[in-house]
Design a binder for this molecule. Structure first.
Ligand SMILES: Cc1cc2nc3c(=O)[nH]c(=O)nc-3n(C[C@H](O)[C@H](O)[C@H](O)COP(=O)(O)OP(=O)(O)OC[C@H]3O[C@@H](n4cnc5c(N)ncnc54)[C@H](O)[C@@H]3O)c2cc1C
Ligand code: SF4
Ligand code: SF4
Length: 660
């Protein structure tokens, strides 16, 4: 029989100010199996922990119950503590009498005391059924894979590689760089975006520890923390590694006038192209849907002129397997397609209503207009530019509920650029709120105000063309009157949304997304760069809208976590995972479909029956993949699946104790 010790914490006045702690300790001493019961001001303090260690030794305790705060906070502290006294660390059960008792019942001390007694009774009942659990040793492959080569992926790759680990970046576009290379200047310092991002791209490409796959995607992920096996699909570029990037091919290519994605369709490219001159790698791809050689079966111009023989029309997609110990998801964001949802702004019919990213390309010296702000309709310089913020953000009816965080600042930046570049111009900004919560952000916004930007609080209800102009109708909610602005161009600050296909990335790798489709962090405050899947991390705008400083900070945070993981040759595997009782498993595999971490697979076993051997299928749990969520145990009708540390028997003993 177990010899259980119960330790009740006052947590200063947090618990002790509401719950009659001595009374709980007195009652606990009467519970079945309890041989020792004590209380103390702060159980997690050094004297408190010493008290537990001494009691374990003196009273030969086989199990411990600590009634205090949430296990999230101190379960590991107390596990380590009882291990010091020679007990298996899993012979601990906690009763949360703070968050689940004293804090929520602070005006009813008597009832709170009674509830604390019941919670301790439950914990003691479970402690009586605990069994020692042992961590497994998982070997770690000291390489990391990063999905997405935007600034988040690049920053993390450099940090991880500088620490001496191999890194693989998988980027689906023909170049790394993400959205940052599209931008002109970056708020609040107005650094040239390309000048600060392209050196990082080059550093990543030249780093001896970094391997980059561009024009590639992750096809399949198997394995678990420390031991992932990833299949990367390298799409056919039709240009092999002999390419020197001389540019003859795209100069000669006769297939032109294809909208260039890099300039959001505002410039044209050839069928063989590099997205922009500083692309990394500076190796072209052939757009097979447009190339005459592929569409009509005749052309071959680039192959004929290529001095190195790098053009390969026969090249097929390749599949490469990479083994890594950690995965970082950094797939960034897209902008919401406002043209499908904002009929009142013309559903994208008016060429002079553009998005913030179009504006970035326009104002960029290497962009389609050579840095001149020009109306797409007629190439004229606009005199009055209207900016509309929160298009699709903070708009539950048509867009997304959340704030896209970067738009207030980049709109202020754009306003500043219009006022700077177009003498005598007028800028009107429609806003709901101005949110500038970053270092030097408020100052930047105030500067734009002083430069003459007119901030009008209110939403825009309609945009329509009239002659050569656009009429922007809205309301000034501060003055309480309608407003009408005759504009030459309108720039919409559209919502940031998860990048296309990010749900597939989450599914392929095996982690979850939040209600808006952004990647779900394990804990918003305490584990912001981890997912709930061991060994899988996240950084940048794929986790939620973010500007560059926050993206880079998060990327370095995730890198630090990955470096920590890769610094071990072996890591301890959690023992609180599912276990199959093969004797009663019927092999229905209902559990396999329910497991969010794909930890369950079928396994054949051979059974000896009287006079014969029978082969049958049972469920098998991969201990590296199982995260101990317990979903499978509910699906299992014969009750063959149990979660170690939370077995059916243990849970039922708790229910029994509470029903007494
Ligand atoms: C108009 C505008 C102006 C802005 N101006 C500023 C500014 O001045 N200052 C500032 O701090 N911030 C600014 N921002 C915000 C800035 O763009 C983001 O903070 C930053 O780009 C986020 O970086 P990221 O790496 O997380 O994402 P991204 O830049 O989106 O990069 C993600 C990368 O992942 C790749 N990818 C996506 N899916 C996959 C997949 N399945 N497989 C492989 N690769 C994939 C993408 O191709 C891309 O290369 C602005 C944003 C906008 C819209
Ligand atoms: S494919 Fe050939 S022609 Fe084109 S850039 Fe490379 S080396 Fe030059
Ligand atoms: S463990 Fe249960 S659910 Fe899974 S295959 Fe066996 S019987 Fe079916």
């Amino acid at each position: 029989m177990q010899r259980i010790g119960v330790f009740i914490c006052w947590c200063g006045s947090n618990i002790g100010g509401v719950v009659d702690v001595p009374a709980v300790a007195r009652e606990a001493a009467k519970f079945h199996g309890v041989v020792y019961s004590a209380e103390y001001k702060y159980m997690c303090s050094e004297p408190g922990q010493e008290m537990i260690v001494s009691a374990i030794k003196e009273h030969r305790l086989t199990g411990v119950v600590v009634a205090s705060c949430s296990p999230t906070l101190h379960e590991i502290t107390f596990r380590k503590n009882i291990a010091r006294a020679g007990l298996n660390p899993y012979m601990l059960e906690m009763a949360n009498i703070r968050e689940q008792c004293s804090w929520v019942h602070q005006h009813e001390p008597e009832k709170a005391t009674q509830k604390a007694i019941e919670l301790v009774r439950r914990a003691v009942a479970k402690a009586g059924k605990l069994e020692p659990l042992f961590e497994s040793a998982i070997p770690v492959t000291k390489r990391a894979l990063i999905i997405g080569g935007g600034i988040a992926g690049i920053q993390a790759a450099l940090d991880i590689a500088d620490a001496g680990n191999e890194v693989i970046i998988v980027e689906r576009e023909p170049t790394i760089g993400g959205k940052m290379v599209l931008l002109d200047k970056t708020f609040p310092t107005l650094d040239c975006s390309a000048c600060i991002s392209t050196p990082k791209m080059v550093s990543a490409a030249q780093h001896p520890n970094i391997k980059i796959y561009t024009y590639a995607e992750v096809e399949e992920v198997k394995g678990y923390i420390g031991n992932f096996s990833v299949v990367v699909k390298q799409k056919a570029r039709s240009v092999n590694s002999k390419c020197t990037g001389c540019g003859i091919c795209w100069a000669k290519c006769p297939t032109k006038n294809i909208p260039n994605e890099f300039d959001l369709g505002m410039s044209m490219r050839k069928a063989i192209y590099v997205p922009f001159p500083q692309a990394v790698p500076n190796r072209p791809v052939i757009d097979r849907e447009r190339c005459r050689q592929f569409v009509k079966g005749k052309c071959g111009v680039c192959q004929k002129f290529c001095p190195t023989g790098a053009i390969d029309y026969e090249q097929g997609d390749e599949f490469v397997t990479e083994n890594v110990g950690a995965i970082l998801a950094a797939t960034g964001y897209d902008l919401i397609d406002w043209t499908k949802i904002y009929g009142e702004y013309g559903y994208g019919k008016y060429p002079d209503v553009v998005t913030g990213l179009h504006f970035e390309r326009m104002v960029n010296a290497s962009g389609p207009t050579g840095g001149k702000i020009l109306r797409p309709s007629d190439g004229e310089q606009p005199k009055t530019v209207v900016f509309v913020k929160c298009v699709g953000s903070r708009d539950e009816a048509k867009g997304r509920e959340y704030c896209s965080r970067a738009c207030c600042m980049y709109t202020a930046k754009h306003a500043h650029q219009v006022l700077e570049k177009i003498p005598g111009s007028q800028v009107v900004i429609f806003y709901i709120d101005v949110r500038c919560a970053g270092k030097a952000y408020e100052e930047f916004y105030l500067k734009t105000l002083h430069e003459g930007a007119i901030y009008t609080r209110g939403r825009v209800s309609k945009i329509y063309p009239e002659g050569n102009h656009l009429i922007v109708k809205g309301a000034d909610t501060l003055l309480g009157r309608p407003v009408e602005v005759v504009a030459d161009m309108v720039v919409l600050a559209t919502a940031m949304i998860p990048s296309a296909g990010s749900a597939d990335v989450a599914r392929t790798v095996g982690f979850t997304v939040d209600k808006d489709g952004f990647f779900q962090e394990a804990h918003p405050k305490l584990r912001p760069v981890e997912t709930n899947t061991g060994g899988v991390f996240l950084a940048g705008a794929c986790q939620g809208p973010k500007d560059i400083p926050d993206t880079v900070a998060q990327a370095s945070g995730a890198a630090a976590k990955i470096i920590g993981l890769l610094s071990h040759s072996e890591i301890a595997g959690e023992p609180t995972i599912a276990r199959v009782n093969e004797a009663i498993c019927s092999g229905c595999l209902a559990c396999q479909g329910i497991c969010p971490y794909r930890a369950i697979e079928p396994k054949e076993i051979v059974e000896r029956l009287p006079g014969k051997q029978v082969t049958r299928v049972v469920a098998s749990v991969n201990s590296g993949l199982c995260q101990g969520c317990g979903a499978c145990t509910v699906a299992c009708r014969p009750g063959a699946l149990n979660l170690k540390g939370f077995t059916n028997e243990q849970l039922l003993s708790e229910v029994d104790a509470l029903c007494q």
